[in-house]
Design a protein around this ligand. Sequence first.
Ligand code: CA
Length: 507
Amino acid sequence: MKIKLSILFSIVFSLSLFAREKSPNILFIFADDHAYQAISAYGSNRNKTPNIDRIAKEGMLFNRAFVTNSICAPSRAVILTGKHSHMNGQLTNRDTFDGSQQTFPKLLRKAGYQTAICGKWHLKSEPTGFDFWQVLKGQGPYYNPPMISDQGIKNITGYTTDIITDVTLKWLKEDRDKNKPFFVMSQHKAPHRNWQPGPKYLSKYDNIDIPEPETLRDNYNNRLEPASTQAMTINRHLSVSDLKLKAPGNLTLEQKSKWDLAYGSKNKAFENANLEGDALLKWKYQRYVKDYLRCIDSVDENIGRLLDYLDESGLAKNTVVIYSSDQGWYLGEHGWYDKRWMYEESFRTPLIVRWPGVTKPGTHNKELVQNLDYAQTFLDICGVKSPNDMQGASIVPILKGKKIKNWRKSLYYHYYEFPGAHQVRRHYGVRTDRYKLIYFYMLDGWELYDLKNDPNELCSLYGKPDYEEITATLKTELTRLRKEYKVPTDNRPMSENVRKSKKKKKG
Ligand code: CA
């Protein structure tokens, strides 16, 4: 009997080991503010991203991936919890993430996964649910970043994008428990404002002009007031720190020769010395977009390092690689930089998934997916059941190439941070395959776009004849979504309510 039991035990043990070996690892590479317009796999006419393209070539690219609230910390909280901002409490960048709540890393860890996060965290509270974490303090600088872990603060010398990859690789190679499957988040600061390139790419694009977007000179006609009262235009709102130069003004020859002596005759400070009007806008756009793209070059190069390591170590075949960003970004579209809007460039975000042996290489998908789906997707990939209170859906069936009958037909969006940086009014709305309805509730104003006929969203059709029916349908859908997601009817951000109630108590 004793012998039989031990045989049985060893069979069960080897079966469980076999099952464990089959559990896929996940490498989640995440950028901050990476526009899909700056990825060649998405058709960029501005730059090339050979390593991100490699993930796309060997996996699936999502053409309609969106966020629920287009701003940094809230997007991260949505990803961790699989819940909308009003449910996870992170409505704006000002809030502190409640790390005691349920998150997918905690659930993966419980299921036997090793979990790690390296790089940008940006949620104020300490990371929870990770076996290993080494993260930037707040936004973190582009160079020589102090990094926090449960061992305290460590100052590291170098370029932050390279360092985040170094930290990720060190954990993968040396520090993780190799008997367990892993989930690791390698999260970049780049290409967040103020776009400081790495040493290697400082002069890339110096002698070329980057194409301008069609809507760089948008006049904001045919829309409500918010599009024109924001504070994120390239023309008026980029600072000296963003452009890394102060316009020296009109210099006399004598002054110029002094500058030449001090800074070198090829100093770019003179490029804008006598510019005004459209010429100045052109100069600022080039100056801004080139630094942004240089930051992407480092991100892309470092993705290559991670992919190479997966190949060399033999981990590639059982590791799902995912690339995404916390939201999209304006590379001059509508004359803007920054994010926040429900308009396409900031509402959309890149999402590319390589799952060897499961996802057909080189495929594109057009279903409406959202960062709300990431948590359930990660859990599903790892064979862990999602809790019922998560609000997204696993995209695993899509990754497996299955035809899904009941996939969502509409998306809900809600932006809260006003008053706040860049003065984008609070709004919520619904997007379907073709239409988008936005409600700027502080002004009680609506915008409606037909994305098929007006992909640049230049003309709101709200209130125009012949659009009554589609407007009514979208309003009904919006109400249904708000009910389904349990959105409170009081639209003020929770943080503001908390501040108000604290004030009351003090008073
Ligand atoms: Ca961001």
